[in-house]
Design a protein around this ligand. Sequence first.
Ligand code: ADP
Ligand code: MG
Length: 375
Amino acid sequence: MTPSFEEPRFARIYRAPGRVNLIGEHTDYNDGFVMPAAIDLFTYAAIRPRDDRALFIPSENFSESVEFDLNQPDPRARGHWSDYVCGVAVMLERVGYKLRGADLTIRSDVPIGAGLSSSAAIEVAAGFALLDNSSFEIDRVELATLCQKAENEFVGMRCGIMDQFISCNAQAGTALMLDCRSLDFNLLSLPEDVRLVICNTMVKHELGSSEYNTRRAECEAGVRYFATLLPNIRALRDVSIEDLDRFGAGLNEVVYKRCRHVITENARVAEAASALEQNDLTRFGELMAESHRSLRDDYEVSCAELNIMVDLAASVEGVHGARMTGGGFGGSTINLVKTERVPEFKQIVATGYQEATGISPEILVCAAAAGATRI
Ligand code: ADP
Ligand code: MG
């Protein structure tokens, strides 16, 4: 019998959260700063040990089960959802965690493919469960790094460390400012009377992935330019606003704008952290608005639907801040909204968006949750 959530006495149950990024967009691959928060939507893993070295993995979301032999010499991805789980097992084994076989049932409340990182949530939930099932101590930073490695090298998705890191290390009621180079992080309390409201535009424009690669190349071009003028430039993270003002004229206009976004966005994350520390949500919200404008005008990764959603939100009373979140070209906005104003917010934004676009948006109201844990 597979371990089920209905018969918990036969299994141990773990969960890992999805996430939303409050500020710090397109900074992670520039070795910069991000500020995600975990949301109270989770992926659950129910695990029970087996006597052999097999993994038997049912996903309730996909109504499907997969078997995986931990002893196979050269495990390969199958282009299947189970790669996210098997990849984590492979990376754990590769660094020396010899895992027990297990029956491992997956269930998720994190919407899949909606930019809330269901992928990191399944990786972290599975990794946490597999380690504990084999009586290993959990090192949360190492687990995040290995889950990212699984997604990069096994699944074949080029993602940064943010998603796995927040899913492992979040604390309830806080946002986490992360230095994507050193992995140093700082937990920042969010006021109790705000909600993280995620508005899904329900659109996903095709150019997303090609433009992502173009942006990365443009950032690399910027790094090459600044490295000829200044010492110790390894990434745009090492270039200051003063450097940009002084030397930026030598860049072509497009690369200049891309660099300006990344460099000012890193500065905004730092300032947003101070604003939160001082409980200054007005300033925090202004920084979110500046971030959105910079993504729209300098980085050019927004789209009409995201701009409409942000403009609508900004007009509602009780909204501290609103901006696009995630890669862009569709997906969601993140809004910091006073809890008591949330019903009104939902109504105004949903109606306004429907009128402007003909599309009915999905609106999720979340609180900042804790990272992966056994429950
Ligand atoms: P996001 O992380 O934004 O939700 P991704 O495309 O990065 O989107 O990851 C989604 C993929 O992760 C799914 O297509 C599936 O392969 C895997 N996945 C996520 N949650 C589950 C789940 N509960 N069961 C099985 N696979 C899942
Ligand atoms: Mg993902």
